[in-house]
Design a protein around this ligand. Structure first.
Ligand code: C2E
Ligand code: CMP
Ligand code: CA
Ligand code: CA
Length: 395
C-alpha cells in the first residue's frame, strides 16, 4: 500500500519559493496557503487557497521552475502528491484535455508575469506532440461525425456456421465505413476514436437500426432461429437509455428479440454495477447474449460466472495459434470446458484453415466463423450467399 505522505505546518511557514525546482504538488487537507510573487522586495499576492485545493502542480506539468512562492496562512495540513502520481495521470489523459490543460497553464503564467508588470513574450513552452495529437483527434472525430450524418457507416456480415453440418446459423454484423470516394475502412481505422467519445452511441444506434432492417429483409429466406450478432461497446451499453432505445427499435421493426444477439466484452462490467442488471434485463426480454474477446483483456472468471450469457466467443488470437502453440491449445480446451460447466455455447472466431476447423470439431466446438468459410461481406452479397446456401426455413 502506498504510504500517504502528509506535512503539518505552522502559520507563516514558507513551503517553497518562486524559482525553486518543483519536486511535488500538494493537496490542502486543512488550513490555507497564500500564493504570491516577489518583485524587488514587494510581495504581490495572487491567491489564497483552502481545503481541497491543489497547488505546486504547474512546475511538474510543464517541467519548469516554481512559478510563484507559497506560504501557510494558518496551521495547515498538506497531502503530498508525488511527481509520478501526477504525471502518470496526465500521460494517460485524452490529448485534447492535455492540450487544454497546457493552454490554461500558459495563460496563468502570462497572467503572473503581467502582475509584475513584465512585458508579455510569446509562449515558449510549446508541446508540439500534444498539439498534433489533439488536432488529429478532433479532426478525426469531426470526419467520423460527418460520416455518420452521411450514413456512411454500415454493417457488413460474416456468416456463423454449424461446424458439423456447415449450415449458416447466423451472422456477425461488422461495421464498415464506406466514404463518398468509395474507400472502405475497417474498424481498426475508427473504432477507438468512436469508443473514446460519444460518437459510438450514435454509430451503435445506426448499426442496430440497419441490422434490424436487414433482418426483416432476410425473414423470407432464413429459419426463425437465424440471428444477427451485433457488437455493443461498453460505453454504449452503459447509456441509461440503451435498453429502451433497443426495445423501441425492435418494436419499430417488429422483430422477435431472440433473433438479435448482443456481443459484449467484459468491459461492460467495468462501467458500473448496473451493467449486470442491464444484462439480466436483456436476457429476460429474450435477447441472446455473447461474450466477445474473452481471455484477451480484462478477463475475470468471477465476471464470467456472474454474467447471464448464452455464448462465449473464443478470440482469433487463440484459434490462430492453437495448432502451433501448446499453450493456446490448452487455453482453448479450458475455455471449452469452462463454457460447458457454465452452460454456455462456444463460438470459435477466426477459423482460417481446415486443420483448425477439424480440431475444433473434434474438441466439441459446435459453432464458428472465419475466413476459411467466408469473410465479412456487404448485405446484398450476404443475401445472395444465403439464397444459394438454400437454407431450409424449417430447420
Ligand atoms: P470482433 O468483434 O472480435 O470481430 C471479429 C474480427 O475478426 C472482425 O474484424 C472480423 O472481420 C475478423 N475476422 C473474422 N474471421 C477472421 C479470420 O479468419 N481471419 C482474420 N484475420 N480475421 C477474421 P473487423 O471487422 O475488422 O472488426 C474488428 C473489431 O471492431 C471487432 O472485433 C469489434 O471489436 C469491433 N467492431 C466491429 N464492428 C463493430 C460495431 O458495430 N460496434 C462496435 N462497438 N465494435 C465493432
Ligand atoms: P508551481 O509553479 O509548481 O508552484 C507555484 C504554484 O502556485 C503553482 O505551481 C500553482 O499551483 C500556484 N499558482 C501559480 N500562479 C497562480 C495563480 N495566478 N493563481 C493561483 N495559483 C497559482
Ligand atoms: Ca464480435
Ligand atoms: Ca472477438
Amino acid at each position: 500500500m502506498i504510504d500517504r505522505q502528509t506535512r503539518t505546518l505552522k502559520a507563516n511557514e514558507l513551503i517553497f519559493r518562486e524559482g525553486d525546482v518543483g519536486d511535488c504538488a500538494y493537496l490542502i487537507e486543512r488550513g490555507s496557503v497564500l500564493i504570491f510573487l516577489n518583485q524587488d522586495g514587494v510581495e504581490y499576492p495572487l491567491k489564497v487557497l483552502g481545503k481541497g485545493e491543489v497547488f505546486g502542480e504547474m512546475s511538474l506539468i510543464d517541467n519548469s521552475l516554481r512559478s510563484a512562492s507559497c506560504r501557510t496562512q494558518e496551521k495547515t495540513q498538506l497531502i503530498v502528491v508525488t511527481r509520478e502520481q501526477l504525471l502518470e495521470r496526465i500521460q494517460t489523459a485524452d490529448p485534447v484535455v492535455r492540450l487544454l490543460m497546457r493552454a490554461l497553464l500558459s495563460r496563468l503564467r502570462y497572467q503572473n508575469e503581467s502582475v509584475r508588470g513584465k512585458p508579455l513574450t510569446p509562449e515558449t513552452v510549446a508541446h508540439e506532440e500534444d498539439k498534433k495529437a489533439a488536432l488529429s483527434q478532433i479532426e478525426q472525430e469531426n470526419r467520423i461525425a460527418n460520416g455518420l450524418k452521411q450514413r456512411e457507416f454500415i454493417p457488413w456480415y460474416q456468416p456463423i456456421y454449424d461446424l458439423h453440418t456447415r449450415r449458416i446459423i447466423g451472422c456477425e454484423a461488422l461495421m464498415r465505413w464506406v466514404s463518398s470516394d468509395g474507400i472502405i475502412a475497417s474498424p481498426a481505422a475508427f473504432i477507438d476514436i468512436m469508443e473514446n467519445s460519444a460518437l459510438i452511441i450514435e454509430a451503435g444506434h445506426a448499426m442496430l437500426d440497419q441490422c434490424m432492417n436487414h433482418l426483416n429483409q432476410l425473414a423470407k429466406i432464413v429459419p426463425n432461429d437465424f440471428y444477427i450478432s451485433i457488437n455493443i461497446s461498453g460505453r454504449q451499453f452503459a447509456e441509461p437509455t440503451f435498453l429502451q432505445d433497443l426495445e423501441e427499435l425492435r418494436e419499430h421493426h417488429k422483430l422477435p428479440a431472440n433473433q438479435i444477439k448482443l456481443e459484449v466484452t467484459e468491459r461492460v462490467m467495468m462501467e458500473g454495477p448496473q451493467a449486470l442488471s442491464s444484462l439480466q434485463n436483456c436476457r429476460a426480454l429474450g435477447y441472446k447474449l455473447a461474450i466477445d474477446d474473452f481471455g484477451t483483456g480484462f478477463s475475470s472468471l468471477q465476471y464470467l460466472a456472474s454474467m447471464p450469457l448464452h455464448d462465449l466467443k473464443i478470440d482469433r488470437a487463440f484459434i490462430s495459434n492453437m495448432l502451433e502453440q501448446e499453450k493456446s491449445l490448452s487455453i482453448v480446451r479450458s475455455l471449452i470446458h469452462m463454457a460447458q460447466l457454465l452452460g454456455m455455447n462456444i463460438i470459435a472466431e477466426g477459423i482460417e484453415t481446415q486443420e483448425q476447423w477439424q480440431s475444433l470439431r473434434s474438441l466439441g466446438v459446435r459453432m464458428g466463423q472465419g475466413y476459411l468459410f467466408c469473410k465479412p461481406i456487404p448485405f446484398n452479397e450476404f443475401y445472395t450467399l444465403l439464397t444459394e446456401a438454400k437454407l431450409l426455413k424449417a430447420s
